[in-house]
Design a protein around this ligand. Structure first.
Ligand code: MN3
Length: 203
């Protein structure tokens, strides 16, 4: 199937001051749109328009990570999820179904937050940090370079991801990536969405 750029699920200024309208306009209208435009040209050139986005992503990763088809299709998938993983007045308390598993697998919500932020801070250069359900059913944190995601690598099912490419935070935080990650966890995450995805994955 071909890629489509959805509207953001909130107004451009709805995540301010933690993520500004200027950042969202650039990030959604320019960066995400470019992945869609370039991705569609590559999907057609490679004759894979009949396949699902996930199949194109995994197949092109296995044929050689870092190729342009993989990069554009995976970044489209990553950003679709990223917009939905945030909401105005996000952060705050975590639904108990999810909190229980966070405490089971990380010790406490504070230890989970520290591990997630550390995964983002220690991703050298561009990439993403993730909370995943791994193959054994445990929650785990990891990071990936550039467009790579846990579906492509087989590390697990992503529950939450944060974009640590500079285009995601440089307007608002300059070089202060840890501050951006802390604001993401404390004020932007749509925990109800994450908990819903968890219950779907564990079914
Ligand atoms: Mn991005």
């Amino acid at each position: 199937m071909l890629l489509e750029l959805p509207d953001l699920p909130y107004a451009y200024d709805a995540l301010s001051p933690y993520m500004s309208a200027e950042t969202l306009e650039l990030h959604h209208d320019k960066h995400h749109l470019a992945y869609v435009t370039n991705g569609n040209a590559l999907i057609e050139a490679n004759g894979v328009a009949g396949n699902s986005i996930e199949d194109v992503m995994v197949d092109s990763f296995n044929e050689g990570a870092g190729g342009p088809l993989f990069n554009n299709v995976a970044q489209h998938w990553n950003h679709l999820k990223f917009w939905d993983w945030m909401r105005p007045d996000g952060g705050g308390s975590i639904p108990s179904s999810l909190e229980k598993l966070i405490v089971r697998d990380f010790g406490s919500t504070a230890e989970f937050e520290a591990a997630f932020i550390n995964a983002g801070v220690t991703q050298f250069g561009s990439g993403w940090c993730w909370l995943v359900v791994d193959k054994s059913g445990k929650l785990a944190v990891c990071n990936t370079p550039n467009a790579v995601n846990p579906i492509a690598t087989g590390a697990g099912s992503p529950l939450l991801g944060c974009d640590v490419w500079e285009h995601s935070y440089y307007v608002d935080y300059r070089n202060r990536r840890p501050e951006y990650l802390e604001a993401f966890i404390k004020h932007l995450v749509n925990w109800e969405r994450v908990a819903d995805d968890l219950s779907t994955i564990l079914k």
